[in-house]
Each structure stands twice: as structure tokens, then as C-alpha cells.
Unconditional design. Structure first.
Lengths: 303, 258
């Protein structure tokens, strides 16, 4: 009889097991809840912005000049100015960052000097943008005599994005299996031949994605350009694609948003929100294309 | 291309440190030309380290320090005038896990030629001939001659490993180092690689590291047993397995430890 009852209760839930299962369920739902909560701010931000911006959103808003002291009209000069700043800053920081990352990942041995470089990169990434701004003001505007200009502002942004480009490029390079490099070295390939033949073709998607994601940072930062080259207002020919010269000052979306939100009284209420939508839309568009590029390159990836 | 005793590789008083840890202790050995020599011993005994000394691939780590001499084909490879590029051209290596490059079969085989020649000096006909010859030599030509543009990483593991051997051949190496080349392969794959080793024997000096004592016994002419960084015994394979001189060798091949 005793044997039978033992067999009957075998593998059934004990009190302790039931408690563990409850704890497991609580843990799982708590983690899931927090993960889902991540979506809420994004949706809320976009929905709220769209709702408030609706009266001003139109193609004319994008391509027209601001009117009546920026209380009406469009944001074309700011939009173009942001494109200028982003393109020039990345044109400077991407090559430097990628080449530096290749050195650090493919050539550098673990010496004190290379540790120093690593430390510098990490610390540069941690410098607040307002400090970059101050440095840009001193170094590019005054010392290098670029003046308040697109060049000075772009270079400041370039220095700000550089460490992140280095970090993301290194990550992309490190994801190429070591076995590929060993295969090359063991038929007598030099490091550079190995990089050309194997490392770069297999990491280019990650490298490009990392660079493109810096567009959003360069486009969004206000402090570094405020001190070095962005202005409240700059009259340009509406509709022209290259209205600025490099030594000019320019308008920029982030700066414009700050200006219309805080510096000008009686602005039409929807204008700051519409400006934010354009800024956000530009950045999202770039990010989506980065993801698209990544998917496309990954499908072409050769292992 | 060998010393007076018919040795392709001779090490003299070779010591190697990984940082403070000494992985090779006073290794002195002569590896015969044109034969297959196996390096056996329990994990951590230094057999792979020794193998990797022969094309100096250990040195990419800054904390590796080596003393002593390794003469390959009569030349000390630690001489200052030795070019690592030329050394590795002559001493090919096959790894545990097949590592074909993620490009076509054809490009894998001619990779070495492309690396070592000016672009203009490579003629399509020569490359085609090199591919056919190398793949024939490793027994892949019949299977792959219509699939040369297939990505090499999609082949079966055995074919990948043979391709990795074929990749060395256009450079006309004299020595082929194999680091547990069959450990990821099944029985048929292992047999395939072993038969290939027999076919290559004579033209190439082969050194193989293996965990598999049966494989060492089947394939090699001479056998080096290592323990804790030292060479314990080095004789003809048949002698080592039938009448080992050292009791430690005897215990290892009986499977008492390792």
C-alpha cells in the first residue's frame, strides 16, 4: 500500500516546486513588461509630435523660407544646413575613424601605447557635447581661424562622432572570424592583403551601418554647432540645393527648433513641432536606409 | 633540400614561453624529410605549440618568447634575414576546423598565387591549370570541376578540409603542418584525409598533431610523444606503440592518463 501511494505521487508538484513556478512566471512577466514599456515612449513621442505638428505639415513647410521673423513659413535653410553639417562632418570622421579602427583591431598589439590609444578613444566618447562645443570654438573658430562657419561646426561634430565610429567599426571587424585571417596569414599574406581580401569585404556592412547611425547624432546635437557655426537666421535662395559656402554660417534644424521654441515670442504653435517632425523624420529615414543597407549587404555576405 | 641525416626540420634546444609559462622545454628533434611524423601527447603537452613554431605563427602574440633554433631545410628560421612571408609560403598549415575563405572554390585555390604575384603576371590559363592540378592532387577535381564558382564555405566538411590542403599546393610548399585535421570530420571524412596524406607523402614532409592515437599509429612513419613541454620519446611509430622505452609513453598509449 505504501509503495502504491508513493508511486501515485511521484513526479507531481510539491509545494516548493509550485512556489518556484510562481516566481518564474512573475519574473518572466516583469521582464516582458519592461521590454514592452520601451515602445511606449517612442509611440507617445511620435504621436504627440504628429498631433501638434499637423496644422503646419506640408511640402511647402519643408521647402519654403521662414517668414515674419520665423513666425510663419518653412524651414528650408535649416534643413539644408543640417544636411551640410552632417555630410561634411561624416566625410571627415568616417575615413579617420575607420582607418584608426582597422589599425587598432588588425595591427595593434597589446602594448602600453595602444592601451593609451584605446583609453583616449573611450574617454573622447564620454566627453559631453557642450565641452566639444567649447573645444571647437577655441580650436577651429579661433585658433585655426575658420571663424564661425560650416567648416568649424562640421569639424566639431566630426570629433564628437569619431570615437563612436571607431568603436562600431572595431566591433564589425572583430566579428570577422579569426579563422579567415589565419587562413590568409598561413599562405604568407601580409596584414594589408588579408584586410583587403577577407576582413573588409566581410565587415563592410557593419562598418557602414555604424557610420550611418552617427548621422542621427550629428543631426541632433545643438550645442557643438551653436558655438561654432549655426545661426538664428540666414537668408538663402529658396529652392537651391547648394546655397551655402563652406565659410558661411548656416541654419540647422536642431538649432532652429531651439530658436522657435524659446527665443521668439508668438510663433505659430505648430511650427516647433513640425520642425521636430522634420528632424525626426530625416533621422529615421537615414536609420531605416541603414538597416536596409545592412540587410542587403548581409544577404550578400559570403559565409 | 635536407640535412645530412635526411631531416626536413631540426629543432635544437627550443624553449618557448607564453608570458611566464614555459610551454616548450629544451625540445631537440629531427623530423624526417618526405615522411609523415605525428606529434602526440595529452592536452597541454605543447604539441600544437611546437607545430606552430615551424611557420612562426605563434609570434603574432606579443607575449610569446622563443629561444633555441629551428632549422627548416637547413636554414634557421629565426635568422634575422628570414621573411615570414616566404617562410609561410614554403610551410603550409592545415587547421583543426576547415577554414576555407568565404569566396569561390576557384579563388580559394589561387588565393596564394594572387597574394604572391603581381596582378599582370597572372594569366587566366595558368590559374586554371593550377586549380586543376591542385584539386586533382587532393582528389576533388572530379567532384568539383563543374562547381568551381560555388562558395567554398558551402562544401561538405571533408571537401572543405581537402580544399584547404589544395590551397597550399600552388605555392609549392615543402612542408605541410596539420593541426588535428580530422577532429571535426566523421569516419569517412577522416579516411579521406588520411588517404590524401598517404598520397602526398614523399613529395611533401607532413607533420600532424593528433589526439587520436589510432590515427597516429595508422598514418605516421615516426612519432614524437610529448609531455608537459618536453619530448619524451621519438622513434618509428611501430616501435613506439609496440615497445615504448619510457614508462610514461607506455602508460599514455595504454590510456592510463591523458
Amino acid at each position: 500500500m505504501a509503495v502504491v501511494s508513493l508511486a501515485a505521487t511521484r513526479f507531481t508538484k510539491t509545494a516548493l516546486a509550485a512556489r518556484k513556478e510562481r516566481a518564474e512566471a512573475v519574473a518572466k512577466w516583469a521582464f516582458f513588461g519592461m521590454a514592452v514599456a520601451m515602445i511606449i515612449p517612442l509611440v507617445a513621442i511620435i504621436a504627440y509630435l504628429l498631433y501638434r505638428a499637423a496644422p503646419s505639415l506640408s511640402l511647402e513647410f519643408l521647402v519654403e523660407m521662414p517668414r515674419r521673423g520665423m513666425r510663419e513659413g518653412g524651414i528650408w535653410p535649416a534643413f539644408i544646413g543640417t544636411l551640410y553639417l552632417v555630410v561634411i562632418s561624416l566625410a571627415v570622421s568616417a575615413p579617420i575613424g575607420v582607418l584608426a579602427a582597422i589599425y587598432l583591431n588588425e595591427y595593434a598589439r597589446d602594448t602600453w601605447f595602444n592601451r593609451l590609444i584605446n583609453l583616449a578613444v573611450i574617454n573622447l566618447a564620454g566627453v559631453p557635447s557642450i565641452v566639444h562645443a567649447l573645444f571647437g570654438l577655441g580650436a577651429f573658430v579661433y585658433a585655426a581661424k575658420f571663424g564661425y562657419s560650416i567648416v568649424a561646426a562640421s569639424l566639431t561634430l566630426a570629433i564628437m562622432t569619431l570615437p563612436v565610429i571607431i568603436a562600431s567599426t572595431r566591433e564589425a571587424l572583430a566579428s570577422v572570424p579569426m579563422a579567415f585571417r589565419e587562413a590568409c596569414w598561413n599562405v604568407g599574406a601580409t596584414r594589408w592583403q588579408t584586410i583587403k581580401a577577407v576582413v573588409l569585404p566581410n565587415s563592410i556592412s557593419g562598418i557602414l551601418t555604424g557610420v550611418i547611425l552617427q548621422v542621427s547624432r550629428a543631426a541632433g546635437e545643438t550645442a557643438p554647432i551653436m558655438f561654432t557655426g549655426a545661426v538664428f537666421f540666414k537668408a538663402i535662395q529658396p529652392g537651391t540645393v547648394f546655397p551655402y559656402r563652406l565659410q558661411d554660417q548656416c541654419m540647422a534644424l536642431s538649432m532652429h527648433l531651439y530658436t522657435v521654441s524659446t527665443q521668439i515670442p508668438n510663433v505659430k504653435e505648430s511650427i516647433p513641432y513640425a520642425t521636430a517632425i522634420v528632424l525626426l523624420g530625416t533621422v529615421l529615414l537615414v536609420n531605416v536606409s541603414a538597416i536596409g543597407l545592412r540587410v542587403w549587404l548581409r544577404n550578400r555576405k559570403r559565409w | 633540400m635536407m640535412d645530412a641525416h635526411g631531416h626536413a626540420i631540426v629543432t635544437r634546444g627550443l624553449n618557448l614561453w607564453y608570458g611566464p609559462f614555459q610551454a616548450l622545454i629544451d625540445v631537440t628533434a629531427g623530423i624526417p624529410h618526405g615522411l609523415i611524423t605525428s606529434l602526440i601527447g595529452p592536452s597541454g603537452c605543447g604539441k600544437t605549440t611546437l607545430l606552430r613554431c615551424f611557420n612562426r605563427v605563434n609570434e603574432r602574440f606579443a607575449y610569446v618568447r622563443t629561444t633555441g633554433a629551428i632549422e627548416l631545410l637547413g636554414k634557421n628560421i629565426y635568422d634575422p634575414d628570414v621573411s615570414l612571408i616566404e617562410l609561410r609560403k614554403a610551410v603550409g598549415m592545415v587547421f583543426q576546423r576547415p577554414n576555407p575563405l568565404p569566396i569561390s572554390v576557384y579563388e580559394n585555390v589561387v588565393f596564394g598565387l594572387r597574394i604572391h604575384s603581381r596582378r599582370a603576371s597572372l594569366k587566366r590559363a595558368d590559374l586554371d591549370a593550377a586549380v586543376e592540378q591542385a584539386l586533382t592532387e587532393v582528389g576533388l577535381w572530379k567532384d568539383l570541376k563543374d562547381r568551381l564558382q560555388v562558395r567554398a564555405t558551402t562544401l561538405q566538411l571533408e571537401q572543405q578540409q581537402k580544399l584547404c590542403i589544395a590551397r597550399l599546393l600552388p605555392l609549392k610548399p615543402e612542408i605541410i603542418l596539420m593541426d588535428e585535421p580530422c577532429s571535426t570530420l566523421d569516419v569517412d571524412g577522416t579516411r579521406g584525409i588520411e588517404e590524401l596524406m598517404f598520397a602526398l607523402k614523399g613529395r611533401y614532409t607532413i607533420v600532424i598533431v593528433t589526439h587520436n592515437m589510432a590515427q597516429a599509429r595508422r598514418t605516421s612513419d615516426e612519432c614524437i610523444f610529448m609531455l608537459l613541454g618536453k619530448v619524451i620519446e621519438h622513434t618509428r611509430t611501430a616501435d613506439l606503440f609496440l615497445s615504448p622505452k619510457s614508462p610514461r609513453t607506455a602508460e599514455y598509449i595504454e590510456g592510463r592518463y591523458g
